[in-house]
Design a protein around this ligand. Structure first.
Ligand code: SF4
Ligand code: SF4
Length: 311
């Protein structure tokens, strides 16, 4: 069984499923969305964070790195940055930094620890119609673990949502399906070629899995990160209405998530390129025309994903 690194459990969330929820992030994803808001959960293994504002430019990390992977402090105070290609992740720089400027993202919780943490807010879940959302990264990279985790929560009468790309085999989905109350699945773009060009894979498998879930009358909400220059055109949403209206069981609704660049800092901390650097936030008004197209197709829509109680 593949076991994910679980670094973070966010409490009191209201945009990723009904009610008040805890979000459990599994580390590792096989897609490569350039706008990803959780770049720290893209890679499967350990990552290093660099907090530039905590760095006093003492140069200790540069000295201890056996791979010469860290750039020297610049004459004008340029920070010591890690060359990811050279870094062997032996973490000597983290040990050497006495100022908390370097942090390991590895995995704080094992299964029992994550369950215990997730159950802390069960009273809030009960009073708000909330629960736990398993997210990432991609939970279905770990189908057996996700099934065990979800089943343990179901045994405690907790509502379980899984946020997945659905770019996986039907067999993997079937492994978890009986323990999941709600699937949150992105349809990033209806044009498969564009999907492939931006993300690295086409959308066929995703659409097929949504159809299969719908045939089984499983609850599915569609998420659409609206990204300038990628999917922010009316043809995309017209095609989406056509696809969704042919499903055997209707989806619960569509959440339009306007582009925002709040993850920009995380990319800097991880030392990876952010293709949307400096791009402004999208206002809710900019996505309203797309909401209208979906609503005319009989689909319930939110802008931002807050769906309230008891769905
Ligand atoms: S983790 Fe990477 S950058 Fe840090 S000391 Fe080791 S090789 Fe060098
Ligand atoms: S050891 Fe820490 S504070 Fe010193 S240069 Fe490296 S990251 Fe900055």
């Amino acid at each position: 069984m593949k076991i994910p690194l679980i670094q973070e459990i966010q409490r009191y969330c209201v945009n990723d499923g009904p009610g008040i929820r805890s979000l459990v992030f599994f580390k590792g994803c096989h897609l490569d969305c350039p706008w990803c808001h959780n770049p720290e959960y893209k890679s499967l293994g350990v990552d290093l964070y660099f907090y530039e504002d905590k760095c006093v430019r003492c140069g200790e990390c540069v000295k201890v790195c056996p791979e010469n992977a860290i750039s020297p402090i610049g004459h004008n105070g340029e920070p010591p940055l890690i060359n990811k290609k050279k870094c062997k992740k032996n973490l000597k720089c983290v040990e050497a930094c006495k100022f908390g400027a370097r942090e390991i993202i590895s995995g704080k919780y094992d299964l029992e620890g994550a369950i215990k943490e997730a159950l802390k807010d069960r009273d809030f879940y009960a009073s708000s119609g909330g629960g736990v959302t398993i997210s990432g990264g991609e939970p279905l990279l770990f189908p057996e673990f996700t099934a065990i985790f979800a089943r343990r929560l179901k045994d405690e009468f907790i509502h379980v949502a899984v946020e997945t790309s659905a770019h996986c085999s039907w067999k993997d989905l079937k492994t978890v399906v009986d323990f999941v109350d709600l699937f949150l699945i992105d349809i990033k773009c209806m044009d498969s070629e564009k999907h492939r060009n931006f993300i690295g894979v086409g959308n066929e498998l995703i659409l097929q899995n949504i159809s299969e879930l719908s045939k089984e009358h499983r609850k599915v909400r569609i998420r659409v990160p609206v990204i300038p220059g990628f999917n922010d055109n009316k043809e995309n949403f017209e095609m989406m209405v056509e696809f969704l209206s042919k499903l055997e069981g209707p989806v619960e609704g569509v959440d339009l998530l306007p582009f925002h660049n709040s993850a920009e800092k995380k990319y800097k901390q991880l030392g990876i390129e952010y293709k949307y650097e400096g791009m402004p936030f999208m206002e809710a008004d900019e996505v309203k025309p797309f909401a209208t197209i979906l609503e005319k197709g009989g689909i319930e829509v939110t802008i931002g994903g807050m769906i309230g109680v008891g769905k």
